[in-house]
Ligand binder design. Structure first.
Ligand SMILES: Nc1nc2c(c(=O)[nH]1)N[C@H]1C(S)=C(S)[C@@H](COP(=O)(O)O)O[C@H]1N2
Ligand SMILES: [Mo]
Length: 335
């Protein structure tokens, strides 16, 4: 492959890997399975391009540019992201020094984005006539086909060899502590502290079309409804639990033309749901027949089936119907 085509193909593969990676983190239903597969195929395409890119890099290093260290750092981060990605996907390397491999994978990928943008701008090549030629399209198609075939072969090998990677959920997560809430990891999205909530003073505020009212923990605990649902954290683990608590819809007296439901935590964390989803939401006071632990959201946490873990707000103290449109919720919460 020519240098130009190699660089264009590599950029396309990296851009696809980034987009599908973000998509994989957002998806919580089996319909999103193809995003995770496309992420793997894009990663294999990057690997296939390494021999060609290596030649370009060797040549480029003959010119002594002060910025070459940035380019080399970019290459190192890309290789790091690939290694942790494949390590996690196969199950061969699931953590390093106590840090989840998925977390390291995402950290390396996010760190390389600004460097990649700089690199593409600083070393840009002007588009040429032949860039969209039949030959280029055929080459790119060939690369995509090869990457797809190699991905399928690698996936089959992981299954045949019985590697841990074969037991992942469609999101890429590994099972951890199903039906044993005490064995389930506790995860904080960014920087929340685990709050000490005084159950006697704690109240759930409900704001709906009919106004505001409050419930005590004792009042919420009488329901005894249960809901089996799977918590799937974007850091790469999932757990099935039988949650006990109250369906959110039974607490809302009047939707009053609201467009979203804001679920607020004692810590200040909060998530906004489209009002169409309130029928599936559940507020849990317990899991596995016992009250929630402090780490898992005592006294009350949200259960949002088909949504990834960061939507499952812990230590909930207020649910509020609002006229605010649901897209006001960023795809990944910022705090
Ligand atoms: N208030 C609050 N709720 C939160 C979080 C948080 O940081 N703060 N983390 C979320 C994330 S990322 C996940 S995966 C789940 C983890 O739930 P667990 O700790 O009970 O396993 O809680 C979610 N709810
Ligand atoms: Mo999470």
């Amino acid at each position: 492959m020519s240098w130009r085509r190699t660089n264009v193909a590599l950029f396309a593969a990296l851009a696809l890997a980034f987009a599908t990676g973000a998509g994989a983190v957002a998806t919580g239903t089996a319909r999103g399975r193809w995003i995770v597969v496309a992420h793997g195929v894009a990663a294999v395409a990057v690997v296939l391009l390494i021999p060609w890119k290596t030649r370009i890099i060797r040549y480029g290093l003959r010119r002594v540019r002060p910025t070459r260290w940035l380019s080399l750092l970019l290459a190192a981060l890309a290789v790091t992201a690939l290694l942790f990605g494949f390590g996690y996907a196969t199950g061969l390397v699931r953590s390093v020094g106590g840090l989840p491999g998925m977390w390291l994978h995402v950290a390396a990928a996010l760190a390389l984005v600004p460097l990649l943008v700089w690199h593409v701008v600083a070393r840009r090549a002007r588009p040429r006539r032949g860039d969209l030629s039949r030959r280029t399209v055929l080459r790119l198609g060939g690369l995509a086909a090869a990457a797809g075939a190699l991905y399928a072969a690698a996936d089959g090998t992981v299954r045949l060899a019985g590697l841990p990677g074969a037991r992942r959920r469609f999101t890429g997560s590994y099972e951890a502590g199903s039906f044993q809430p005490d064995a389930m990891p506790t995860t904080i999205w960014l920087d929340d502290p685990v709050p000490a909530v005084d159950p006697d003073r704690w109240r759930l505020s409900i704001v709906d079309g009919a106004g505001r009212y409050e419930l005590t923990l004792a009042q919420l605990s009488t329901s005894g409804a249960t809901l089996p649902a799977t918590l799937d954290c974007t850091s790469g683990w999932y757990a099935h639990q039988d949650w006990t608590g109250v369906p959110v819809a039974t607490l809302l007296r009047d939707l009053g033309g609201a467009r979203s439901l804001f679920v607020h935590s004692v810590t200040g964390y909060g998530i906004r749901f489209p009002v169409e989803e309130v029928g599936g939401l559940f507020l849990a006071t317990g899991a596995g027949g016992a009250p929630l632990s402090a780490g898992h959201g005592y006294p009350l946490r949200l259960v949002a089936p088909d949504r990834r873990g960061f939507w499952w707000v812990k230590w909930v103290d207020r649910i509020e119907l609002q006229p605010v449109p649901p897209w006001w919720q960023p795809p990944f919460p910022v705090t």
